[in-house]
Design a protein around this ligand. Sequence first.
Ligand SMILES: [Zn+2]
Ligand SMILES: [Zn+2]
Length: 273
Amino acid sequence: MSITADFHIHTAFSEDSEAPMREVIESGIAKGLTHMCITEHMDINWPTSEEFPNPGAFEVNTDSYLYELLKMRDEYEGKIKILFGIELGIQTSCLKEIAAYAKSYDFDFVIGSSHLVRGMDIYWPEYYEGRTDEEAYREYFESELENIKKFKNFDVYGHLDYVVRYGKSKDQNYSYEKYKDIFDRMLEELIDNEKGIEINTAGLRKGLSFAHPHIDILKRYKELGGEIITIGSDAHFAKDVAADFNVAEDMLKECGFKYYTVFENRIPEYKKL
Ligand SMILES: [Zn+2]
Ligand SMILES: [Zn+2]
């Protein structure tokens, strides 16, 4: 396996994971990783639901998280490099709060992600009700574009076509071509601002035929001159660390990429495939 850096990982500090950080790290070492960047959830203004009734459920206690991470970093020194990351939920309704938070810690790496549209969790079936999937997907992609235009303090934008996981027809009628007008603007905006994207292999575990984003988007990113791509399992369980990294590697090679990217202190470094 030539990809040895997992840059999207959750542990028990995220509301939707119970995985102890130590187990997650041990799993990474067992799988031959050299770098792991933990990226807990920080989603400000998360709507409460039956599943997650606590207000602020997706706002990580960053001090506790950092304390544990520094302890693990010391303990595993020489075995694996552990980096301090965050998956920051972007919403235009709270840009000031998000910006203030992003500045308040010395992260190694920040993923910007869209999990909510109009304050609705797009994981809820309600988001798709009363309209076609195409309309729902389009609204999600438009909102990502708006987020990318209005917020810049991130390194890569996460799981670009995440919405496809939850639509009624999932990826059956989905293609890059259908949303080319929005994707191209999104990719151009990212490239102009020296931002990257990630290959997020969780799509494969969520019943999709591809890892996010669809390979045609990855190809387009390359065509337009994009170079920054991190690889993340989006693991919420120790066993899923580095899952399907062989698929990510094949995708990169198929698109003609010779490198993938890791970050430290928000600075990208390129690793040979
Ligand atoms: Zn996410
Ligand atoms: Zn995630």
